[in-house]
Design a binder for this molecule. Structure first.
Ligand code: LLP
Length: 451
């Protein structure tokens, strides 16, 4: 299996023409191959999977998930001398199977609120591997965290006051979330969380007040956290934020075994123009060096270091397979209308996110012009891709959109009565349904008649 490397093209019946963009193939899961001009993932023919399970369909490649988790773990092991852990940010995509997979790598699972905590707990994630996040946790969220989580990351003073009043005998340990007031460059303002006006976390003054409150109430405070934003590829702005967090750790008086988490946010390439993406290893090394140097210069004990990635663990493992239902020419535009769109992937509508794609069959077909791809929903912003060079595509053809593993299904909706897609877990010799497609019965499940 190639490690994070280039995908392969099996020279069987036909080869792609010379202008075929191999980079585009490298956006796909690492086990992707072209066989007889058809896309396969982990040896499974995507067209056959779509035939059997219907579309829109999501597949997750286990080899790619494993590769990313091992990439993080080995980068930490080689660049940081003290204990270090990887926490999967479940908001990227969480279901029973994925939560179970996290435990095959001993990952902690970052759960936002009672709902995600319930999924992780149902998957058997042990208490010490559940971390409770949330910017405005309800009492129910806090109760679920108290019951199932090993760590609560406290977002604000009002939440801390409520934690103080909770009847807790064996409380989870607490970390404080810092608002560093330094922004990172992400794909959209809506995915920045560390800038001065952000709703997330506590200012320097609030952190010190929270630390005092913990001391006065004998709460088990032992860590500090920040998360600056999501989908950045330049980790430089993390450095001043790390410095600020270490200053606070010194002032609070953390020593011995204490915990530090500079969040997640490492990006992924969604389009061939964004390749090559800097490596996970370079990002982890940069953080580890800043933490080691920062602690040494302040006379701080090295903390247990935690990283909290979502997208960079799961995005590349996922592929969305859509069927084209109609082709429309409108001025210079050629629209492919597909059966998937903003209900399973609202990222274009929310952030103007750019994507790429390949046809599922005839992958090597010569490019015949640019297409734009839109879904079936009653909304002009229901766009998946704009102006992408593609071979000729007709109604009935299948397309595969790579980098679909993060923040698609977790942000999906029932808009226009959409039923969420089926999800298939792919390993060599095993293709397993891990989430069935929603049905019209599911749409009615919560409803009660007037009389
Ligand atoms: N930790 C915290 C506290 C977070 O809020 C997040 C993401 C992460 C870790 C993981 O970030 P990642 O490694 O996945 O970038 N819906 C947006 C992304 C929102 C991210 C929210 N927080 C998108 O589709 O781009």
């Amino acid at each position: 299996m190639p490690r994070s490397g280039q995908n392969t093209l099996e020279k069987t019946a036909s080869n792609p023409p010379p202008n075929f963009d191999m980079n585009r193939l490298d956006l796909f899961p690492i086990s992707t191959k072209i066989k007889n001009d058809r896309l396969t993932v982990a040896g499974h023919d995507l067209a056959e999977l779509a035939e059997k399970n219907g579309t829109p369909l999501y597949v997750y490649d286990r080899a790619t998930l494993d590769d990313a988790a091992l990439g993080y773990k080995s980068a930490l092991a080689s660049s940081y001398p003290e204990p270090a852990s990887v926490t999967y940010a479940g908001k990227a995509f969480l279901c029973l199977a994925l939560a179970q997979w996290t435990q095959s790598h001993g990952l902690t699972v970052d759960c936002t609120g009672e709902g995600e905590i319930a999924i992780a707990a149902a998957a058997g994630v042990p208490r010490e591997n559940i971390l409770a996040h949330g910017v405005n946790k309800s009492n129910e969220d806090l109760k679920a965290a108290k019951k199932h989580a090993g760590i609560i990351v406290v977002d604000n003073l009002s939440e801390l006051n409520r934690i103080t009043n909770l009847p807790i005998t064996n409380p989870p340990t607490l970390w404080l979330r810092l608002l560093p007031g330094v922004s990172v460059t992400t794909h959209h303002a809506h995915t920045q969380t560390g800038h001065q006006e952000s709703k997330f976390g506590m200012t320097r003054g609030e952190i010190l007040e929270a630390a005092n409150l913990c001391r006065e109430n004998n709460l088990p405070l032992n860590g500090i956290h920040f998360h600056q934003g999501s989908n950045f590829r330049d980790p430089e702005p993390l450095i001043p934020a790390i410095e600020m967090a270490l200053d606070l750790a010194k002032e609070i008086g953390f020593s011995g075994e204490w915990h530090f988490c500079p969040g997640g946010g490492w990006g992924a390439a969604y389009h061939e123009d964004e390749l090559p993406h800097p490596s996970i290893e370079s990002y982890v090394r940069g953080i580890a060096e800043a933490v080691i140097e920062g602690c040494q210069s302040r006379g701080l004990d090295l903390p247990h270091l935690h990283l909290e990635p979502g997208r960079s663990l799961v995005a590349r493992a996922g592929v969305a397979v859509y069927r084209v239902g109609a082709v429309k020419k409108r001025g210079d535009k050629t629209w492919l209308l597909t059966d998937g769109g903003m209900a399973d992937n609202p990222r274009f509508a929310l952030y103007g996110a750019g994507y790429s794609c390949l046809t599922v069959s005839g992958v090597g077909g010569e490019r015949s012009g640019k297409v734009s791809i839109a879904g079936p929903y009653c909304e002009s912003g229901d766009i998946v891709i704009e102006d992408l060079p593609m071979p000729k595509i007709k109604a009935g053809d299948l397309i595969a959109i790579p980098v679909a593993g993060a923040y698609h299904l977790s942000m999906s909706s029932n808009y226009n009565g959409a039923r969420r897609p089926a999800v298939i877990w792919l390993e060599e010799r095993d293709a397993r349904l891990i989430q069935r497609r929603e049905t019209t019965d599911d749409l009615l499940r919560r409803d009660l008649p007037l009389g």
